[in-house]
Design a protein around this ligand. Structure first.
Ligand code: NAD
Length: 257
């Protein structure tokens, strides 16, 4: 229980990687604030279920990470934020000349600007305690590019740069900031694409995963949300106290190519 007594706020954590990271932080003993933009009974039930399974305190706070005021309110309402995981993110795929302006603005707001707002409110709380961890969920697309993902690649490269600045402004204060760069992770969002891809390519599940979806991931295996969560727990541990301003790829070798 290396994180007992710490409070973690994870943005965009009612599914996928955010939920996986929240679960692993809870398993390590951290109290949690989980978040998304919805405010459904099932969101609060999810918080109760994590709390019951791991014996930690978990609250669900609805806040829209596309809105600066909501981002700031999330951290203020959390009341404590020893560990901040900026995870909320969306994607849209289109060529630059046809990229919808509203999608560009939303991707930049949710995937990049939200981290500026949450970090701005969380850092004074961390400084007051002389301890803190900022973990930004970037992407292999924070280090490399793919066509048709202009907004996503720009936002993810941006979050890597923002992580470095955060690390420098907090150096020597017991606070670290790092970015995790996942390759393809098997989240419900990705899982849902498999049947369609199987039909389109007339391939079985394993072949479509290996030959189509993971074509750029040399391991030809998805990363898992547990592995991303475990990486976050490592970054929060004492062993990582001098690991700051860097990126950790969890991408099956994608960025080694
Ligand atoms: P997901 O769609 O399962 O999860 C995204 C989460 O963000 C959800 O909880 C959703 O409710 C939340 N969210 C979306 N818009 C929001 C908003 N306006 N306000 C608050 N919350 C909002 O996707 P995921 O695959 O788990 O992605 C999570 C993060 O990991 C993203 O930043 C994504 O770019 C990154 N990532 C994912 C992969 C992958 O292969 N799945 C790879 C690299 C990086």
């Amino acid at each position: 229980m290396i994180l007992k007594g710490k409070t973690a706020v994870v943005t965009g954590s009612n599914s996928g990687i955010g939920l996986g990271v929240a679960e692993e932080l809870a398993r390590a003993g951290a109290d949690l604030v989980i978040n998304s933009f919805t405010d459904r009974d099932e969101d609060h039930a999810l918080a109760a279920s994590i709390a019951a399974r791991h014996g930690v305190a978990v609250r669900y706070i609805a806040a829209d990470m596309s809105k600066g005021d909501d981002c700031r309110r999330l951290i203020e309402q959390a009341g404590a934020c020893d560990i901040l995981v900026n995870n909320a993110g969306i994607q849209h795929v289109a060529p630059i000349e046809g990229f919808p302006v509203a999608k560009w603005d939303a991707i930049l707001a949710i995937n990049l600007t939200s981290a500026f707002h949450t970090t701005a409110v969380a850092l004074p709380m961390m400084r007051a305690k002389g301890w803190g961890r900022v973990v930004n969920i970037a992407s292999a697309h924070g280090l490399t590019a793919s066509p048709f993902k202009s907004a996503y690649v720009a936002a993810k490269h941006g979050i890597v740069g923002f992580t470095k600045v955060t690390a420098l402004e907090c150096a020597g204060q017991g606070i670290t900031a790092n970015a995790i760069c996942p390759g393809y992770v098997l989240t419900p969002l990705v899982e849902a694409q498999i049947p369609d891809q199987m039909k389109t390519h007339n391939m079985d599940r394993d072949t479509v995963i290996r030959e189509v979806m993971l074509e750029r991931q040399p391991s030809r295996q998805f990363a898992t949300v547990e592995q991303i969560g475990g990486t976050a727990v490592y970054l929060c541990s004492d062993a990582a106290a001098q690991v700051t301003g860097t990126t950790i790829s969890v991408d099956g070798g994608w960025t080694a190519l």
